[in-house]
Design a protein around this ligand. Structure first.
Ligand code: RIB
Length: 312
């Protein structure tokens, strides 16, 4: 079976400002540091998987500006297949101004730019290549119609799909994502999708179960420093966290998903892949930046040895 992963999704250029504190409205404050890097939830997931050694196909749109070249070069530097990365004339690339506080927490603005032009027709144009993949990951920084179309495409052609419903979107129609193989929300996204509270672990599980009742098969809730929860018709499994000191949490959810995609397609073992993904995301928050905080396979092996050794 193919182990190739496809990402049908977004790319952005991240403009990251490390702040001592966020300004009040109308106030100007000086920030100590700025960094620019490649980001976007789709691209981040692709890069995480590629850094671990996965073969990745990217279906995305870039704009008509120097950021487009940076993004395409970045994919190519990571051996990602860019045959379905298209330029949109007269449009900006996706851009994300990001503010990271000393606690490592972030606030993100996104300007979708060319990502807003990724259409179902683009997915159809990539169909022959997508059919040869074993998993397609999706997020919500591209039009919802494209997300629904790709899930239907996956179901029709026997290609598993994973939807990360981020950023949270109240308009997402649960009925039209029922056929997705894996739904991977964080707690906020789960609350919006289910319309239920998520203030305790029991509430999180109940909210995930309510989505199973609507026809979803596998819900994986990412819970930051509390690990993750896998909920299927067979039951709920808690994936324990790994304790680290956060430096920058930007892109940790994408690190989780990209690494899960890789470990799952490699092993077909769900809980093993989730345990590794929790570790991969934890490792990523110990370094600043988005994609540049993602470990290679070798670096990740060293991190696992260190944390698992310390836990024994
Ligand atoms: O999930 C983190 C990402 O969200 C950033 O890279 C930013 O580009 C936004 O898409």
């Amino acid at each position: 079976m193919s182990k190739r992963i496809a990402v049908v999704g977004s790319n952005m250029v991240d403009l990251i400002t490390y702040v001592a504190r966020m300004p009040e409205r109308g106030e100007t404050v000086e920030a100590p540091r700025f960094e620019m890097g490649c980001g976007g939830k789709g691209a981040n997931q692709a890069i995480a998987a590629a850094k671990l050694g996965a073969e990745v196909l990217m279906v995305t749109k870039v704009g008509d500006d120097p950021f487009a070249d940076t993004t395409i070069r970045n994919f190519q530097d990571h051996s990602i297949d860019t045959r379905h990365v298209e330029r949109v004339p007269g449009t900006s690339s996706g851009v994300a101004p990001i503010f990271v506080e000393p606690s490592g927490e972030n606030s993100i603005l996104i300007i979708k730019g060319a990502n807003a032009a990724l259409s179902p027709a683009d997915v159809d144009r990539a169909a022959d290549d997508l059919k040869r993949c074993s998993l397609i990951t999706l997020q919500l920084e591209v039009p919802l119609e494209t997300v629904y179309h790709t899930i239907a495409f996956g179901a029709e052609h026997g290609v598993e799909t994973l939807l990360n419903p981020a950023p949270a979107c109240a308009e997402l129609d649960v009925e039209r994502i029922r056929k997705v193989t894996f739904l991977v929300p964080n707690e906020t996204e789960l609350a919006i999708l289910s319309g239920m509270p998520v203030d305790t672990d029991a509430a999180v599980e109940a909210a995930a179960r309510s989505l199973l009742a609507k026809g979803l098969r596998t819900v994986i809730v990412t819970m930051g420093g509390r690990g993750a929860l896998l909920v299927t018709a067979e039951g709920a499994t808690r994936i324990n966290p790994v304790r680290v000191t956060p430096v920058d949490t930007t892109g940790a959810g994408d690190a989780f998903i990209g690494s899960f995609a890789h470990f799952y397609t490699e092993t077909r073992n769900l809980t093993l892949a989730l345990n590794k993904a929790v570790r991969y995301a934890a490792d990523s928050i110990t370094r600043p930046g988005t994609q540049k905080s993602y470990a290679t396979a070798k670096e990740f092996e060293a991190f696992c040895k260190a944390v698992d050794g310390a836990a024994q």
